[in-house]
Design a protein around this ligand. Sequence first.
Ligand code: GLY
Ligand code: MN
Ligand code: MN
Length: 430
Amino acid sequence: MRYQPIDNKLFIENRKDLIKGLRPNSIVIIHANDIYPTNGDGVMPFKQNSELFYLTGIDQEETILVLAPGFPDPKMRELLFLRETNELIAIWEGHKLTKEEGTKTSGIKNIKWTQEFEQILHTLLAECDHIYLPSNEHIRSSSKVETSNDRFIKWCMDRYPLFNYERLSPLLYKQRMIKSDIEVELLEHACHITEIGFRRVLEVVEPGVWEYEVEAEYAHTFISNRSKGFAYTPIIAGGGNSCVLHYIENNQQLRDGDLLLMDVGAEYANYNADMTRTIPVNGKFTKRQKQVYEAVLRVKNMATELLTPGNSIPRYHKEIGEIMTGELIDLGLIDKTDVKNQDKNNPAYRKYFMHGTSHHLGLDVHDVGSVYREFAPGMVFTVEPGIYIPQENIGIRIEDNILITKEGTKNLMRNIPIHADEIEDLMNRK
Ligand code: GLY
Ligand code: MN
Ligand code: MN
């Protein structure tokens, strides 16, 4: 792995917390993600299953975690199955984890090779009644691809039809919403790498530069800092492209007088930063651009203050809608009559701000967790309001990553330049 070793206390504690919520005589089985194909014999870069990583720290394919906390023999209560290497694998793919490395990474003492899994599972199941399996229950997921865990669910239910099957996701999603100190440090590090990229970009952007050249600056910075690269496909959107919410072509030339919206974040150790900054291509905001910029920044700051324990996403989004409505009236984009006549299900502000303000952030960029769960210390959210005015070629979004603590919020991106003056100063230093 590129990243520095993670204290395995994180994974040991995560497993400890998970088993507290299991029914007696239970077993948990989680498989690593498959390596996904492209075309022919091509493959995508490996991306570990978030749940498996969360509970083991193992970043290798063909890994299986088995937890059977009530099993009579204590040695068999926690098992990690790893892919056994051989000469051929060593020559073609390089190093695979040894059993000792598996233990060091995960804190699991009993490591087996993957080919022993079925026989050991059979032995363990003799003492179990409930089988907990993970499925992708992310509310935004629409994937039709069968995962390794989906495949195992089918196999297991076919082979062992008389057991009681349980959903693991509700337990893990609830747990993953609250970040531990180690996780917060990893997220902060991803934010820090993102900051280095943004500062570099501020020195490079000027009229005539291409969007993909800006993307390349981020890629270079992220990878040079032990990141695998982008946490998600970056949006590097100049001029009118800044109003296209999911613009990822990044193939246009930046023009004098235009804005550049960049929604880009680094991953680090599978944790993700999710930043958006909007800057003037020529280093100076126009009066109107600055007016809209300040409005978005005010909404972002006010939204951050609403991330208080006890609040929840539905109420929070309603409150932000009201704040945004006020700003859009002040900007002359909507008027009081529009607001008076608005459809409650499609308020007037949505014409210029048509996406949500916050989502959980963690091992997944749109991290798991119920939107109805009250905000609580340890949760990390993005805050990302925007105003998009295609007729003025203005699209502005500002996005920070915020930790909720008992004492208030902590901005994990507090060091990333955000004020219009600071951005202009940094851009004009060259
Ligand atoms: N970059 C994805 C998002 O902001 O939600
Ligand atoms: Mn984003
Ligand atoms: Mn986001």
